[in-house]
Write a protein that binds this ligand. Structure first.
Ligand code: 13P
Length: 259
């Protein structure tokens, strides 16, 4: 059985305000207690990062940015560098979330630069890949996953522990429509096979591949029961402290079983 420690991320997206962000972070005691058998990170909006870091000081829960710039510094109005995230106490970052790939037109080439910046700054990047509904229905889902992975990882030689891959089918994000465990597991196999081709089998078997797309307190245990699914990247349900704790507990149970 794989020794990979499960990983759960809570992507708050553009939700909450400062007061509710700090309140939600301070309600994460149960989640923190599970850390060890599961790694947990939360991704608040940029303006709230420093405050959330302060609330979680001493907690094993990582705080991360939802994006970083492909540039190191300079005249890039509105952008936030990987170094700035580290400076305010972040240790993780989302790279290539579909709301940036599809919503903002970020290409694999841009994302490869972002990934490079994140790795060189010492952040744990969560590299997101996933197909649209149209791509799935036309039978291209696995090609899209392979192309996005190859493009985003181009030129990088990460160690398997230095990043996490998130498979997030676009059609399952925020729709309440979760991929079936079979579909998710099949996509995760494609991720691992691509990583084995790019690096080697040891790499592909050591790296964590997590699922995102309408994961909730009800669906988490069934998804995480699959050998290939090492946890989840959670949107809506991460805004509810109790639901997020249930999801983390499901991943923690898997972590315990793997020991
Ligand atoms: P939902 O869990 O709200 O579908 O969002 C998933 C996601 O995009 C996490 O990054």
């Amino acid at each position: 059985m794989a020794q990979r420690t499960p990983f759960v991320g809570g992507n708050w997206k553009m939700n909450l305000d400062l007061a509710r962000s700090t309140a939600l972070a301070s309600e994460s005691g149960g989640v923190a207690a599970a850390c060890g058998t599961v790694d947990v990170a939360i991704f608040p909006p940029f303006p709230y990062l420093a405050k959330v870091v302060e609330v979680l000081r001493g907690s094993p829960i990582r705080v991360g940015g939802q994006d970083c710039s492909s540039e190191k510094s300079g005249a890039f109005t509105g952008q936030v560098s990987a170094g700035m995230l580290v400076d305010v106490g972040c240790s993780a970052v989302l790279i290539g979330h579909s709301e940036r790939r599809h919503g903002l037109g970020e290409t694999d080439a841009v994302l490869a630069h972002k990934l490079g910046r994140a790795l060189e700054a010492g952040l744990l990047p969560i590299v997101c890949v996933g197909e649209t509904l149209e791509e799935r229905e036309s039978g291209r889902a696995h090609d899209v996953i392979r192309t996005q992975l190859r493009g985003t990882l181009a030129g990088q030689s990460p160690s398997p522990g230095s990043l996490v891959i998130a498979y997030e089918p676009v059609w399952a994000i925020g729709t309440g429509r979760t991929a079936t465990p079979d579909d998710a597991e099949e996509a995760h196999r494609t991720v691992r096979q691509t990583l084995a081709d790019l690096y080697d089998v040891r790499f592909s078997e050591s790296v964590r591949v997590i699922y995102g797309g309408s994961v909730n307190a009800k669906s988490a245990a069934e998804l995480f029961a699959r050998e290939e699914i090492d946890g989840g990247l959670v949107g809506g349900a991460s805004l509810l402290a109790e639901d997020f704790a249930v999801i983390v507990a499901a991943a923690s149970a898997k972590g315990k079983a793997r020991r």
